[in-house]
Design a protein around this ligand. Sequence first.
Ligand code: S3P
Length: 197
Amino acid sequence: MTAAPTATEVAAPPKPVPQLPLHLKRIVLTGFMGAGKSTIGRLLARQLNWDFLDLDAHLESRTNSTIAGLFALHGEPHFRRLESSALASALAHTSTVIALGGGTPEVLTNRLLLEQTPGTSTIFLDASFETLFDRCVLQDISRPVLADPELARTRFATRQPLYRRLARLTLQTEALTPEESVTSLLQSLEKITPGRR
Ligand code: S3P
């Protein structure tokens, strides 16, 4: 037998779905590994009543392999080619929050795809290398790009200007919980005007 709902369950009104400008068809989250792209993306999509698409997971299901397996078997250049075609496929989705891989914006074709697909707004989730590296170490995810920490730091420095240039909005996530990040993003997104990106 199911338990009768408590007073709070009955009384809680449904949360209103935030209204985004109509020109916005998809929101793309970018940033280094550990930036919270997937966690924040999932929460944001849930609040908007949109779909969530994680580019790494999309690529894994298209290739029936893991990211680590693709790196190990075929090397990074091959992985990047597969990632570009997964991105083109992901950008066909509407009413979707898309979390990129940390290295996706390194490839020029990917940056052009992101900039030139109408209705796409990219958001950069920023934090320091130290914070991001610590978060990644705590997560139980195999990331080939982190195998050499000094090389990872160099990649971080190379990518920062690319993330920044690509993004319509930048959010400093260092001191925010994922829920606070979503609240702040929603406030900014409600005001976003149709623009170059
Ligand atoms: C990579 C980041 C990973 C994944 C792959 C390469 C990178 O994605 O795409 O391991 O080059 O930074 P996350 O940023 O989601 O971990």
